[in-house]
Write a protein that binds this ligand. Structure first.
Ligand SMILES: [Zn+2]
Length: 356
């Protein structure tokens, strides 16, 4: 039985993988673009949202990525970064999210003259304002930021140092984003070495546009504690849908160490990492015991929310117990201090009313 939209909205949610530049409100993008004279495909919020979602569903990566040129164009001042971050937190809270990790690449926001540190501080101000605004509206949410380095560029050492310098206050982890195919974690060996020596948590986009070898590098060389998507880890499993699947070394490691997979159902279909939500490998991976979590990736660009992803999974046969398990896994996978993760897990358990 599928869940109703009210039932889904009421469930507490945890999102670990949500890009700040992929989740702007269409109305905000239009307003900020007008102020700097940046031309958009439409100045009608509904139509703009529709155009982005259509591009995302077109199967054409160039059309999919076009949206980010528009969003990052308006995210080049402290004021705009703060606003976008504030609205992201408020919107997530309104969708029933109780904990969010928002990620962004500071190096994408310095074209207007901001320093990397100023970018980080502007986003943090927005996150704090958003948390306060949501609370005023009766929605308690916690939110934190993950700093991304762009994997096809060469600033990862700098971003790793930035993440370490802002550890805890404005940044809970480091990630590499951008084109995965052709830009493996090993290109950023030095950054990962610095992060490892500083005990800085790392998550890595891997197993989305590239296969199990990329996942292997993320876990080995990158010491990733979580995998962004991680979906194509199934390529390291023979007979995934059979009674006796044979796991390769990489899949075995991810399962045994319960490395959380930050799955993003709709986005994974849009980028070709999964054939459809119904046939997404995350179902079989979950059944095998992998730590599967549910995420949005890009709310504006993919035309999704946590609730819409939950609804899509509900239609694909997920029960409320399944959604609970994925949310509990996400709570324990948060890059938060242990006691705060325990509190978050408690909140999730209460919210789903599940007897353990
Ligand atoms: Zn992503």
């Amino acid at each position: 039985m599928t869940l109703t939209s009210d039932e889904i909205l009421a469930l507490p949610k945890v999102v670990l993988h949500d890009h700040l530049d992929g989740g702007l409100r269409p109305s905000t993008l239009i307003e900020l673009a007008a102020a700097i004279g940046h031309e958009l495909p439409s100045t009608d919020p509904d139509e703009l949202g529709r155009i982005f979602a259509e591009n995302a569903n077109s199967g054409d990566l160039v059309r999919y990525l076009e949206a980010f040129a528009h969003t990052t164009a308006v995210m080049q001042t402290a004021e705009n970064l703060t606003r976008v971050a504030r609205e992201a937190v408020v919107d997530l809270a309104a969708d029933g999210v109780v904990y969010a990790e928002l990620r962004y690449a500071p190096e994408q926001h310095v074209a207007g003259g901001l320093s990397l540190q100023e970018v980080v501080e502007a986003v943090q101000s927005g996150i704090e304002e958003g948390v306060a605004e949501a609370l005023e509206a009766g929605r308690a949410i916690r939110a934190a930021a993950i700093l991304d380095a762009m994997r096809h560029l060469d600033r990862s050492v700098e971003i790793a140092q930035l993440a370490i310098a802002n550890r805890g206050t404005c940044c809970v982890a480091f990630d590499i984003a951008g084109p995965e195919a052709g830009f493996r974690p090993s290109l950023h060996r030095e950054a990962f070495q610095i992060l490892r020596e500083a005990h800085m948590p790392v998550t890595i986009h891997a197993g989305e546009a590239d296969g199990a070898e990329s996942v292997g590098e993320a876990l080995g060389l990158g010491s990733a504690r979580r995998l962004g998507h991680g979906v194509r880890i199934h390529e390291d499993i023979e007979g995934l849908d059979t009674d006796e699947p044979a796991l390769g070394i990489i899949a075995r490691h991810a399962l045994d160490q319960q490395i959380p997979l930050e799955c993003c159902p709709t986005s994974n279909v849009q980028t070709g990492a999964a054939p459809s939500v119904a046939e997404h490998p995350m179902h079989a991976l979950r059944d095998l015991g992998f730590a599967v979590t549910v995420n949005t990736d890009n709310r504006l660009v993919s035309g999704v929310s946590m609730s819409s992803e939950f609804a899509a999974l509900s239609e694909a046969g997920w029960t409320v117990e399944d959604l609970f398990e994925a949310t509990l896994a996400a709570a324990w996978a948060a890059f938060l201090p242990y006691d705060e993760r325990a509190d978050l897990a408690e909140l999730v358990i209460e919210g789903y009313g599940i007897d353990l």
